[in-house]
Design a protein around this ligand. Sequence first.
Ligand SMILES: NC(=O)c1ccc[n+]([C@@H]2O[C@H](COP(=O)([O-])OP(=O)(O)OC[C@H]3O[C@@H](n4cnc5c(N)ncnc54)[C@H](O)[C@@H]3O)[C@@H](O)[C@H]2O)c1
Length: 252
Amino acid sequence: MTRHAVAVVTAAAGAGIGSAVARRLASDGFDVVITDAHERRCRELADQLGTEHNRPFLSYPLDVTDSPAVEQAIRTVADERGGVDVLVNNAGWSKIEPVAEMSVDTWQRCLDVDLNGTFYAMRHALPHMIERGGGAIVNISSIAAWEASTEHGAAYAAAKAGVLALTRVAAAENGKHGIRINAVAPGLIYNDFLRKIYPDDFFAGYAEQRSRVGRVGRPEDVAGLVSYLVGPDAGYITGEVYGISGGVFPHA
Ligand SMILES: NC(=O)c1ccc[n+]([C@@H]2O[C@H](COP(=O)([O-])OP(=O)(O)OC[C@H]3O[C@@H](n4cnc5c(N)ncnc54)[C@H](O)[C@@H]3O)[C@@H](O)[C@H]2O)c1
């Protein structure tokens, strides 16, 4: 049997970018490992992909803030699936509190999920990739890393900016091992969960007034970019960050 390249995606069982990335990489032919803090949804998505693609997908309940658990997950995947070729660090968390009122818990939780979780997964996956002589990592940051805005919260902005620095330096360190590491920085990407947080007219207003393409982003938009970045056409791309915001925060 041909071995499919193995792609581990964190926070892959939600309604947003993570599950769209998992679906897209499964369609691209990857042996996708669905990891998420939510055990049941994790298993359900793996089962669903298994039915759709007629091959088994592994689900692995995983909270990315637990470094030993992340290490164990990567080891298990490498043992059971023959390696880790691709890692997509998608887990993110935010709570918007002004700095002057922010609780230490909010600051720490945000740094823990968004930045430390990304570091833990890279720290534990990279030795496997180095040993095997290659791999690709994509870290999901945000335009919050760049924007001077009160919309995202400083903890989230700082964590997502940290993800970009981590990406840049890790890419410089690991190119010689055949490992490419990039980041993507989405603007607003609609999902059903966000509809519970924001009023319906928020999305229409964003599409009309801020987006330059007349709509909000879709998880599939980001999944397409991730698919490209981990694929063979992106072999000369590492240490980069790609904005994907419908022109809300362009970099040209
Ligand atoms: N949605 C947006 O507008 C937007 C914009 C820019 C960046 N992002 C970033 O994209 C990523 C995905 O966000 P999304 O909104 O598409 O949601 P998503 O559906 O991809 O992720 C939600 C999932 O994350 C899981 N999760 C939460 N904390 C976790 C943890 N500690 N460990 C493992 N799993 C955990 C939840 O169980 C849930 O299933 C995040 O990093 C987010 O910061 C999102």
